[in-house]
Design a protein around this ligand. Structure first.
Ligand code: ZN
Length: 63
């Protein structure tokens, strides 16, 4: 689930295009959904502590 193909990078609050970031290896697949990030730094920070960021993405998608 995304918003018109876009999703929030919850680490830096940037809205990114899921397909574009996937091509660059900047997405992370989890049971509940796929997350996308602006760069490897954000992906790494998310991967270390996903629970810290998941709620933020949920709220952004529901808004
Ligand atoms: Zn970012």
């Amino acid at each position: 689930m995304t918003r018109d193909g876009k999703i929030l990078d919850p680490v830096c609050d940037m809205v990114v295009d899921v397909a574009e970031q996937r091509e660059q290896g900047l997405t992370l697949e989890r049971p509940e959904r796929e997350y996308a990030f602006c760069g490897p730094g954000c992906l790494e920070r998310f991967a270390k502590d996903p629970k810290r960021y998941i709620g933020k993405v949920e709220r952004w998608l529901a808004a």
